[in-house]
Design a protein around this ligand. Sequence first.
Ligand code: HEC
Length: 446
Amino acid sequence: MLLLSLLSACAPGGAASPGEDAPTWHADIAPIVQERCGSCHVAGGVAPFALDGYDAAAPMASSMVAAVEAGTMPPWGAETTAECAPRFGFKDDPRLSDDEKALLRAWADAGAPEGDPATAAVLPAPVELDLVDPTVVVAPDASFVASGTSDEFRCFSIDPGLSSAAWLTGLQVVPGNPEVVHHVLVFADPAGQGASLVGEDGSYDCFGGSGLSEGGALLGAWAPGAFPFEAPEGTGIALQAGSLIVMQIHYHPAGQVAEPDTTAVQLRLTETAPAREAVLALLGNASSASDGLEAGVNDRGDTAEFRIPADVPDHVESIAYTIPRRDGPYQVFSAGTHMHYVGTDMLVQVEHAAPEGDEPATECLVQTPRWDFNWQRAYAYDAPLDEVPVIRGGDTLRLRCTYDNTVANPGVRTALEDAGRDAPSDVYLGESTLDEMCLGVFGIVL
Ligand code: HEC
């Protein structure tokens, strides 16, 4: 025994080698990458390169560490900051733990050793993103071909066949061509307007919303890798008999003519009324100015205006909305933020008029401090419904949106390019690419 260990200590490249205890691809890294990166970094996936084996991942080791440590990968916007520490974690949070980050760094620092395939760790099952037990899967009649280099926003009208009123308890979007489908919003269309808006190609142009003048309640928001929407246990979103749905797809073509896309929506519907009604409520400034816009330093004149001046890197719009005394209480099971290309940071807080239990007087619901239009989503609290944040009559919701309307903002460069313009101009409230919004998306139970 002693002899053996002495021998190995003296062997060339033996105990002195720095890589000896380093993590290896097969033993340590492959399971992390499969679980945290695998839903997008596969052949035909939304990411521009695959990380589906040692040969693909090893040359990327240091970029992988850089992206993970910078927090840009996996894409996820909700962060804890000095201003915002939500009381609960979020469901389906894909971010790496500190231990996983340390392993990834140690592996890259050791030169990305492969290790022994014979003693490889068992890989986790591929991430399952389908909705459990959908009752109907619907898709537009016509497929869509995205091409070129400009992003396109198309709305499709779909008939889910609701002969009577129903309740939606779950929803998932299944992209037809993951290489071009960048994000999807699904809306209720109770008056069936969408059907008359579609053109010959089976879709119509829309940005930021459904393009409907009536109804248009949000049913779901999807980005690549997103888990299905699940209404909390015992709740559902009400849908009127005869409602159509509108699906808005943000196409992000990669410069070539892509394979046709037919994106489907999985729905779980029930005709039995749940105990309580859930709603995805939008609050803030959308297509028309709402109550509560506060005066800001860049306003002209005495009244508050929603205007993001050209060439200002840190413009702020703030909205405060006090819930009428007779309304609520509402349990908030998810919170999301929505701006367009000029936005950089959004903070959503509630001021409790009379805090209860361990509720702070000012409670942060969500902050997305590195806002990225491409990766917007709702963040659901990882907590039982009877513990999630509550908004009551008399409470004040505060939204703070920060914008960088200069060419240093990559979002502004994208929007200018799409609009064929070369310099920023003042940005106002509206639904097109070079308009802005400041909108909170709240999953609430009535
Ligand atoms: C939800 C889909 C998705 C997941 C999950 C994901 N990526 Fe990405 N990744 C992308 C896309 C799309 C791009 C292209 C750039 C962009 O659109 O942001 C990208 C780009 C990258 C890049 C290029 C540099 C950069 O930061 O843009 C690296 C490196 C990277 N990913 C590493 C990873 C690693 C490591 C993981 C897992 C820990 C991961 N990604 C998880 C979608 C994803």
